[in-house]
Design a binder for this molecule. Structure first.
Ligand code: ZN
Ligand code: ZN
Length: 287
C-alpha cells in the first residue's frame, strides 16, 4: 500500500510536493482551490511546470485532487447544482493538467426530498460533468458517513449512481475508513473486512475502488458522525488499521490521510509511521 496524505498548496502548487516529502508521503492529495469558496483554480503554466518537475524528481505519486466541500449534486437548488457541475468540470481539467489520478468528491445530499429524486439529480449532474470534461481523468465518488441524507452513506447509493450512468469507466470510488465505520460497515478485523468488501464488490465492483482515505474515527460505530481522528487514537484503533492495511483486496491501493495531526497541523510523519509499522513483512517468517 502506498501511504500519503492531504497537503496544502499554499505558496504554490510545487510546495505541496515539498510538504509531501517532508512528512515522508508516498502519494499526496491536494485541493487546487480553497475548498470553502467557489473559486476557479488559476495556476500559471509556470506553476504547473514547477509542480510537474517537483513531482517527477520526488517520485511522489499518485496525486489525487479533492473537490470543494461546497459541492452538492443532489440538491434541489438549481444554482447550487450548476455551480457544483462547473467546479467539477474545472477540477477534472486540472487533474488532466497535473497528471493526477482523478478528482475525489462527496456527491452531496438530497436533503428533505426523496432519495430517488436526489440520486436522479446527482446522476444528471455527473453525466453533464463527464460530457463537458473531455479529458480522461475519472471522478472518484467518496463513501460518506451517511449523516443528514448524504449520498454515499450506503454502497447502494454509489452503485445506483454508477448504474444510472451506464457504468461509465470514468466513475471510480474512494473509500474512507472513518466514513464507512461511522456509516455502520464493520471493518475492524480481516473477517469483517471480507464481508464489507464482499458487499462492496457485489454492489459496485472492487475494480472501481482506486483510492483509500485512511482516517481513524472520533465517532462511534454506526454514529453517522464524520469526525476524523489520528491513526490509532480513535474508535478504529491500531488493530483495526492493522487489518485494513494488510487486507489483500486493499494492499495495492494508494491511501491518503486526512487526520487532524499530532500537532493539529494535518497529516504528518507520525501518522504515516503508525500506519507503516502495522504492515506485515511477508518476507519475515511467522513466529
Ligand atoms: Zn475522506
Ligand atoms: Zn470525512
Amino acid at each position: 500500500m502506498k501511504f500519503g496524505g492531504h497537503v496544502s498548496i499554499a505558496g504554490g502548487l510545487d510546495r505541496a510536493i515539498e510538504r509531501g516529502q517532508k512528512i515522508t508521503a508516498d502519494c499526496i492529495q491536494i485541493f487546487v482551490t480553497p475548498p470553502q469558496r467557489w473559486l476557479k483554480a488559476n495556476h500559471s503554466d509556470e506553476a504547473v511546470a514547477k509542480f510537474l518537475d517537483a513531482k517527477a524528481s520526488s517520485g511522489i505519486g499518485p496525486i489525487l485532487l479533492h473537490g470543494l466541500y461546497l459541492i452538492n449534486l443532489g440538491s434541489a437548488d438549481d444554482a447550487l447544482r450548476q455551480r457544483s457541475v462547473d467546479a467539477l468540470v474545472s477540477q477534472l481539467g486540472w487533474s488532466d493538467r497535473l497528471g493526477a489520478m482523478g478528482v475525489c468528491f462527496h456527491v452531496g445530499s438530497f436533503g428533505s426530498e426523496e432519495r430517488e429524486i436526489g440520486l436522479a439529480r446527482a446522476a444528471e449532474g455527473i453525466a453533464d460533468i463527464l460530457t463537458r470534461a473531455d479529458g480522461t481523468s475519472p471522478l472518484l465518488l467518496e463513501t460518506t458517513a451517511g449523516a443528514g441524507n448524504s449520498i454515499g452513506g450506503r454502497f447502494e447509493d454509489l452503485a445506483e449512481l454508477i448504474e444510472r450512468l451506464a457504468r461509465s469507466p470514468r466513475l471510480q470510488v474512494c473509500l474512507d475508513t472513518c466514513h464507512i465505520f461511522a456509516a455502520g460497515y464493520p471493518c475492524l478485523t480481516t473477517a469483517e473486512l471480507d464481508a464489507t468488501l464482499g458487499e462492496f464488490d457485489r454492489l459496485i465492483g472492487l475494480d472501481r475502488l482506486t483510492a483509500l482515505h485512511l482516517n481513524d474515527s472520533k465517532g462511534a460505530f454506526g454514529s453517522h458522525k464524520d469526525r476524523h481522528e489520528n491513526i490509532g487514537d480513535g474508535q478504529i484503533g491500531l488493530d483495526g488499521f492493522r487489518a485494513i492495511v494488510n487486507h489483500p483486496k486493499l494492499k495495492g491501493l494508494p491511501s491518503f490521510l486526512e487526520v487532524p495531526g499530532i500537532d493539529g497541523e494535518g497529516p504528518d510523519e507520525e501518522n504515516l509511521r503508525r500506519l507503516r509499522e502495522l504492515v506485515s513483512d511477508e518476507k519475515r517468517p511467522a513466529v
